[in-house]
Ligand binder design. Sequence first.
Ligand code: FE
Length: 213
Amino acid sequence: MSEKKNIIHNHTHSDDHAHSQLPSDPELRVKAVETLLLNKGLIDSRTLDELIDTYENRIGPQNGAKVVAKAWVDEEYKKRLLNDATSAIRELSYQGRQGENMVVVENTPKVHNVVVCTLCSCYPWPVLGLPPTWYKSDEYRSRTVREPRKVLSEFGLSLDPKVQIKVWDSTAELRYLVLPMRPDGTENMDETELAELVTRNSMIGTGLPKEIK
Ligand code: FE
């Protein structure tokens, strides 16, 4: 959903609007909306708690990290992942809303991939959880397509000018996940250790996996 379509707009003017009665702290505003929805019987508190727990604790970038680590150690799995990401990801039991049609794009020494949703904030929930705020920002959405190299450098990622940057625009139908390159010096690491190196941003393309010290 677009930020602009949020239930409560962040009014900057100070006239005596009905909605300016809402607390300014985002957490309190959410609480206010939640209470309203509960009181109106539009949502059930148990369902809501379960949903929040799911996306806060059980679904997040740690899932995507396991997919990436498996692809790094298992060539056959990697082939399946690049061929049909939805099925390959489902092999690890990650599936569900916003992950119905997944595409994995592989970084190589010559190509770096980065994912954006220019229209709103489409994001692969089952493998990355909920999108970070910057991903939903107008700035990231508009500038990543126009000047990807500059945007990446602002994330601290300076790529060799010879490396081609490919920008993938997520939609409601297709969600992308970047398969970053396996860092050097990790030959002796197992899948669990490797997964620890995979950051959320490395799977969006705005970062790289952690380096070995
Ligand atoms: Fe979107």
